[in-house]
Design a protein. Structure first.
Length: 563
């Protein structure tokens, strides 16, 4: 049975007394010494009973604790060690002690990157010296995750000591996006580790918001004589990362309900190691289970989800689902699957059967930004020609043709629509200009096109419904991921015939619609006669689209408009 803390303190006190051979120790002397020690170290002032100390002496004499102390009574009164060199501190370790100390030394040896690493290393060396004579077993049994090549670990102890002593630092820091390092006064508050990378939370002088700095981007740290400032809410600092996975946190930001589907393959891993302390199991299904998290959306959350591959699907919120969808499509393209008919078969089948289909990953973010910048610059340069949109976009800005008709989109159009296709109309519009009156739906009853070339201004005509059935309209959203996006309401299988405008709303009453919000970097393709409605975002001006109307190339269009 292991001894408790007070008992161990009494054993060491008795041992200290009996090692002092210049004084004779009666039982009363040992009781007084033990009482004084308990008061000094533990604040216990009720003293120690005679029976307790007699029991301690008998325990030290026995082999239960490994002491086997040679305590004798001389002159029927005084307690002494028969072996004057004896001390419980000099007891050789038994096999059980050696085994446990070896485990401790092995663990301490792996904490080379933690604060107080010098003290831990000294402790490990002392323990190793103590057990080296009792064991020849050196094979490690426990191994912690670590990466000795991780940069910035040299600053760990400096930052730890500064936080403990509430000292201000002069920090020289260079983020991955910065061209040059920057030096500023920094008040460190908290060290945080995430996946073998260390961060420090604090505030810089002149900064209105708190910052989280990665240790691997610190270039230099020097002491500063400024007055240390801690956060006005200490509890907030301790809970800074409570609502996030990772370190990208905003304690004043709102959390979102993230709903995930997990298949049976990933289920046991997530059940035994939850993704976050807010995780709850919502429902059990034949193909897996549904769980929810109450967290802030950040990059680390996306990376955690992507790490499970096809075994986890984001159901809500749509914003996060679109981000994951965009990343997986780009990954698919990166691994060389390309845009071939087999890969896009499902989307093409949906386009033909229900009248619309979405496809992600056709554009890089940089491509969309460049297209948007060119179009918006043209609008500013020619305010007298345009009212927030540019019709016949390719005619006005021909340099956009190869940017919009990139290789993935060309392959998608040819494989999905068949034959030789032509862009009969191109436009840059704001989302609100695609909207029809609230609670009503429309069809694209006319598509205006440029029938001749070489004119100063396009000569316009339009296609009839028969031609519309063979074509498609493609919408390309140009918004950034952090900008609001409008939403499409689409009524499947309404693309077969043209309905007279007064009867469209009445005809679709009672029919269910599908909500669709295009993915950034992707497209939405619809058959022009499909009944649809566009619901713009609240910030309509930040919702730009490129619209392309496509038909078989049977009319005299410009050759470079042909796909």
């Amino acid at each position: 049975m292991p001894a408790n803390r007070n008992a161990l303190l009494r054993y060491r006190t008795i041992d200290r007394c009996l090692k002092n051979h210049y004084q004779k120790w009666t039982l009363e002397d040992l009781i007084e010494a033990c009482s004084d020690a308990l008061y000094e170290y533990e604040g216990i002032d009720k003293g120690v009973s005679r029976r307790t100390v007699q029991g301690d002496i008998n325990m030290m004499r026995s082999g239960k604790l490994g002491y086997e102390a040679p305590i004798e009574v001389v002159d029927k009164k005084y307690y002494v060690y028969a072996d004057r060199a004896f001390s419980i501190d000099a007891i050789p370790l038994d096999a059980e002690d050696v085994k446990k100390l070896e485990e401790v030394v092995a663990l301490l040896g792996q904490f080379q990157t933690l604060p107080l690493q010098e003290e831990l290393s000294d402790m490990a060396r002392k323990l190793q010296d103590r057990i080296s004579v009792a064991s020849n077993h050196h094979r490690p049994i426990i191994q912690l995750e670590r990466n000795a090549l991780t940069e910035g670990l040299d600053w760990m102890d400096t930052l730890y000591q500064a936080i403990a002593a509430e000292e201000v630092l002069s920090m020289t820091y260079q983020s991955f996006k910065a061209d040059h390092p920057k030096t500023f006064v920094f008040h460190p508050w908290l060290l945080k580790e995430y996946r073998n990378r260390w961060f420090v939370l604090g505030k810089g002088d002149g900064q209105h918001a708190e910052v989280i700095l990665a240790l691997d981007r610190i270039k230099d740290i020097q002491p500063n004589e400024a007055r240390y400032q801690y956060h006005e809410d200490p509890e907030l600092v301790q809970n800074w990362f409570r609502d996030v996975i990772g370190v990208s946190a905003n304690p004043k930001g709102s959390t979102r309900m993230v709903v995930l589907w997990v298949n049976h393959q990933a289920l046991p891993y997530i059940r035994t190691k939850p993704l976050h302390h807010s995780m709850k199991w919502v429902d059990k299904r034949p193909d897996g289970a549904i769980l929810s998290l109450e967290v802030q959306l950040n990059f680390e959350l996306e990376r955690e989800i992507l790490g499970f591959g096809e075994n986890v699907e984001v159901l809500e919120p749509q914003e996060l689902r679109h981000r994951i969808q965009f990343r997986t499509q780009r990954m698919s393209q990166r691994y060389g699957q390309g845009y071939n008919p087999a890969f896009n078969y499902h989307a093409f089948k949906l386009l033909s059967r229900r009248g619309f289909a979405g496809h992600a990953g056709l554009y890089e973010r940089s491509e969309l930004d460049a297209i948007r910048q060119l179009a918006e610059s043209h609008l500013k340069e020619h305010p007298d020609l345009f009212e927030g949109s540019i019709d016949q976009l390719f005619w006005h800005i021909p340099q956009l043709i190869p940017m919009i008709l990139n290789k993935p989109l060309k392959e998608w159009i040819i494989a999905g629509l068949g034959g030789r296709q032509a862009i009969v109309r191109s436009a840059f519009v704001q989302g609100g200009q695609l909207a029809v009156p609230v609670k009503s739906y429309g069809q694209v009853s006319q598509v205006w096109l440029n029938a001749e070339q070489g004119q100063e201004a396009p000569q316009l005509t339009h296609l009839e419904p028969t031609d519309l059935k063979r074509g498609a309209r493609i919408m390309i959203p140009l918004v950034s991921p952090d900008e609001p996006r409008g939403m499409w309401k689409l009524i499947p299988k309404t693309h077969g015939n043209l309905i007279e405008p007064p009867y469209v709303t009445r005809w679709i009453e009672g029919k269910s619609f599908i909500q669709y919000r295009p993915v950034i970097g992707g497209i939405l393709a619809i058959k022009p006669l499909l009944c649809h409605q566009y619901v713009p975002s609240k910030q309509m001006g930040n919702d730009p689209y490129v619209v392309l109307d496509i038909n078989p190339a049977t009319l005299p269009f410009r050759e470079h408009w042909l796909v």
